[in-house]
Ligand binder design. Structure first.
Ligand SMILES: Cc1cc2nc3c(=O)[nH]c(=O)nc-3n(C[C@H](O)[C@H](O)[C@H](O)COP(=O)(O)O)c2cc1C
Length: 309
């Protein structure tokens, strides 16, 4: 029997968003997808999430803005991107010919920014969904401040929901005291799915210069260091909402991804791992298939959340 890895990512939405498999790329770590199409067959992935997009183009924060730690990366890119107009005119027409769905990650400084972005993307061929980034730790206003508390998170979600007919994922920040309450608020405000986690705020000091390494002082920590944290947050959120949950944070191998799925994630995103292995997302997918064959699992849905029971 052929394996069934399909994932309905927006079951309450019409027409929904059916992924062929659960492996997605994480925003900001896979460009616009085009960059990797020479490296492997990206059409095999479940979905591609593109770089965080704002209304106007952004150059991001000054250098240095990337630093490798013992088990992860600190970044303070600050949402460098081409802006929504260029994304629609230059990237979406190409995506429209792809088999793999592309989800556009959006970020704003005000609720109105998010609503305008969602409105601009609505109905554009080549765009299959929106991931609302209320979790960017690297911009001065907006971003993670919306995701830190339930009410602003719900306000952004409501505004985006009203502005688009596309499936809406909302991406949560771990930099909050109560991610479960934020998740519930976002679900009640009309999200179709919830993705988590974005990077954790961190820093490093250059002891020779006696200065923070990053120009921005702090940055977002990602990579293997954050996996156990991400996993427990996914476990908690998946137990509190009925929406599909997309797990992200430190996934470098198929077994990492399967841990997230067993904790309750319907799909996963591969992020920083792509920097050391550009094929990481495809390797994760192939490994999940091998695991299912070895264990005699025909349907991915049979193992979603099994560690909870
Ligand atoms: C260089 C870099 C840029 C990122 N840019 C974005 C972004 O634009 N929007 C977003 O929602 N997340 C962004 N992220 C966060 C990732 O999508 C992901 O949530 C985080 O890195 C944790 O996953 P990982 O440990 O697998 O990398 C970025 C991460 C990195 C390392």
């Amino acid at each position: 029997m052929p394996l069934d890895l399909s994932v309905p990512l927006a079951p309450k939405h019409q027409p929904g968003l059916l992924l062929a498999n659960p492996v997605m790329t994480a925003s900001g770590t896979f460009g616009y997808g085009t960059e990797y199409s020479q490296v492997f067959d990206i059409q095999k992935l479940g979905a591609i999430v593109c770089k965080g997009t704002t209304l106007d183009p952004r150059e991001g924060n000054p250098q240095p803005r990337l630093y490798e730690t013992a088990s992860g990366i600190l970044n303070s890119i600050g949402l460098q991107n081409i802006g929504v107009k260029a994304l629609i005119s230059e990237k979406a027409p190409l995506w429209a010919s792809w088999q793999v769905p592309v989800i556009v990650n959006i970020a704003g400084e005000t609720v109105d920014d998010y609503a305008r972005l969602a409105g601009e993307l609505d109905g554009i061929a080549g765009i299959s969904g929106i991931e609302v980034n209320i979790s960017c730790p690297n911009i001065k206003s907006g971003g993670a401040s919306f995701g830190a508390r339930p009410q602003p998170a719900a306000e952004v979600t409501t505004a985006v929901r009203a502005a688009t007919s596309l499936p809406v994922l909302v991406k949560l920040t771990p930099n909050t005291g109560d991610i479960v309450r934020v998740a519930i608020a976002v679900a009640e405000a009309g999200a179709d799915a919830i993705s988590l986690i974005n990077s954790l705020e961190g820093m490093a000091v250059d002891i020779a210069r006696r200065r923070p390494v990053l120009d921005n002082i702090t940055g977002g920590l990602s990579g293997p260091a954050i996996k156990p944290l991400a996993l427990s947050m996914v476990y908690e959120v998946a137990g509190a909402v009925t929406l599909p949950v997309v797990g992200c944070g430190g996934i470098t191998s198929a077994s990492d991804a399967i841990e997230f799925i067993m904790a309750g994630a319907s799909a996963v995103q591969v992020g920083s791992a792509t920097f050391s292995n550009p094929r990481a997302s495809l390797d994760v997918l192939e490994g999940i298939k091998k695991f299912m064959e070895k264990e005699g699992i025909n349907k991915l849905s049979d193992i979603i959340g099994v560690a909870r029971r």
